[in-house]
Design a binder for this molecule. Structure first.
Ligand SMILES: Nc1ncnc2c1ncn2[C@@H]1O[C@H](COP(=O)(O)OP(=O)(O)O)[C@@H](O)[C@H]1O
Ligand SMILES: [Mg+2]
Length: 228
């Protein structure tokens, strides 16, 4: 479903030097697959997620999403693809503080092409087990509950791919497990998941594990890595 080929991405350092973060990265992701990416801090995991999520353009390389060359799209078309096909979950939840749980979940529906209705948002609220919390504001919810709302928001447009950046980084083990189970449920419904995590035990439970090391993804642990 998704193929990244020879993806390069660099940033300018404040001193003006070029820092190459992704160095010809390859990745292919099949529909309905649950994949974990681990790697040390600063290795480029969020950079990879930003490229996959069409939030940032690589310097070079190919990105095909269901045979579409998405790097050629105009910003408006990329935004439409993000809304229609992608769901995002972040470590810090990123819920709107002035909006209720239900309103947060409904937000992506405002930007979609279908007529707006709260039904889909309510369905997702029930799905994550928080039907009684529709009118709560994020500050009135626990971290685990906020992340469940964020997952409901990510799922409300029935995306093909969920991109999660350290989604359990701020949660205890019990809540982390609950979040993992919600991703498994999304997978059962046909969604593809890419989860960045520091939690080796959680990563092991995904279908495939990748390590981001020296700007490339490998299936080996960094100890065993041969240069790519
Ligand atoms: N917008 C940016 N401008 C300059 N450098 C950046 C930017 N984003 C990330 N970097 C650099 O790219 C490297 C990888 O960052 P990141 O993808 O956030 O790593 P990770 O998520 O694995 O911790 C880091 O060295 C970071 O300083
Ligand atoms: Mg990061």
């Amino acid at each position: 479903m998704i193929v990244l080929d020879q993806i390069q991405k660099s940033y300018r350092t404040p001193q003006g030097a070029r820092h190459v973060v992704l160095k010809g990265l390859q990745l292919s992701l099949n529909a309905g697959e649950f994949m974990a990416v681990v790697g040390p801090s600063g290795s480029g995991k969020s950079t990879l997620l930003n490229v996959l999520g069409l939030m940032d353009q690589p310097d070079s390389g190919q990105y095909r999403f269901e045979d579409r060359d998405v790097l050629q799209l105009k910003e408006k078309e990329r935004a439409a693809m993000r809304n229609r096909y992608l769901g995002f979950v972040f470590q810090q939840f990123h819920l709107l503080p002035q909006a209720t749980a239900l309103e947060n979940i409904a937000l992506p529906l405002l930007y979609g092409s279908a007529p707006f209705s709260l039904d889909a948002a309510r369905e997702q609220l029930n799905r994550v087990g928080l039907a009684d919390f529709a009118d709560y504001f994020p500050s009135q919810l626990s971290g685990g509950q906020q992340q469940r709302i964020a997952i409901a928001r990510a799922m409300v447009n029935r995306p093909k791919l969920i991109l999660a950046d350290e989604p359990t980084g701020n949660l205890d083990t019990e809540n982390a497990n609950a979040i993992f189970r919600l991703f498994q449920k999304a997978q059962e419904e046909g969604c593809c998941i890419l989860m960045i995590t520091h939690d080796a035990a959680l990563a092991e439970r995904a279908d495939r594990q990748f390590y981001l090391h020296d700007g490339c993804l490998t299936v080996q642990t960094p100890m065993e890595v041969t240069p790519c």
